[in-house]
Design a protein around this ligand. Structure first.
Ligand SMILES: [Zn+2]
Length: 274
């Protein structure tokens, strides 16, 4: 009566409710459906809205960290379009990517640089787009798949620009182009009038933003193109939420990418400080 209440989880195999501490799922008989707590942790982490919020918080926290790491440099007066810009030294310490980091074998910067931003306008613009597109992608794919798309697109965007030789780069915009690409993939796969509308809407946004990039200085257009293709391809491969609900394995893949990203920040700090 007064013991710890039995937690209920969604079984990774059959998708029905079962007890987290059961040795076998009561419905399908899967052994250890709770996977020693992993199932419920993943289900908490990849709940509705959780991924968009977590990405927002990570971007803001790392922007603040990049300012605090070298405050005098960040406060040095620049133009209004380059307000509160962290120094290259601070960004490099937190995992800025580019051909330079790539040549030194710092592969983890492909993951970490997605969460770093170069000034106040840069982060404001990107966070607004993440909060606009994250819920839409989550709606049609699911929260864990949203994180897989975001990460894959961010990484592929930087792979493209590092390979061509862009020396230093940061920012979520490649990943954001990936979210647009995933919505275009959804529109194409869904088809019909609604699918056509989605495809046109997000395709137009991607095109306008891509062209805009050529009129602004310091924009990594290669990362935008690479990110869009990455999101399009990932969105093409992943299941749509309306056809197949997210499984334990979608959450496991997203969880592994989250752990790898956090490990990337640890590696960035380790190589910078030790
Ligand atoms: Zn089951």
């Amino acid at each position: 009566m007064f013991g710890r209440p039995t937690r209920t989880i969604v079984c990774p195999s059959c998708g029905r409710l079962t007890r987290a501490d059961a040795s076998e799922c009561l419905v399908c008989g899967r052994r250890r459906p709770g996977a020693w707590g992993l199932t419920s942790s993943l289900q908490k982490l990849f709940r509705s809205g959780g991924v968009t919020d977590a990405i927002t918080v990570a971007c803001i926290a790392l922007y603040v960290a990049s300012l605090v790491a070298d405050p005098l440099g960040a406060l040095r007066p620049r133009g209004p379009l380059d307000l509160l810009a962290p120094t290259s030294r601070a960004l490099d310490m937190l995992g800025m990517t580019g051909a330079f980091a790539w040549a030194e074998g710092r592969w983890w910067t492909l993951l970490t640089a997605v969460y770093l931003h170069g000034n106040l306008l840069h982060i404001l613009f990107n966070v607004l787009w993440i909060r606009q597109l994250g819920p839409a992608v989550e709606d049609v794919y699911g929260p864990a798949r949203l994180f897989v798309i975001y990460t894959a697109a961010g990484v592929l965007g930087f792979v493209a620009s590092n390979a061509i030789g862009v020396p230093f780069t940061i920012g979520a915009s490649g990943a954001i182009f990936g979210l647009l690409g995933a919505m275009v993939a959804y529109g194409r796969r869904r088809g019909g009038t609604f699918g056509g509308l989605v495809l046109r809407q997000y395709g137009q946004w991607a095109l306008v933003l891509f062209i805009l990039g050529f009129f602004m200085s310091g924009v990594n257009n290669l990362a935008h193109a690479g990110g869009f293709i990455g999101g399009l391809a990932t969105g093409w491969v992943l299941s749509l939420a309306e056809r197949r609900a997210e499984t334990f394995y979608d959450q496991l893949l997203a969880g592994a990418l989250a752990v790898l990203t956090i490990a990337g920040f640890a590696l960035a700090l380790w190589t910078a400080l030790v």
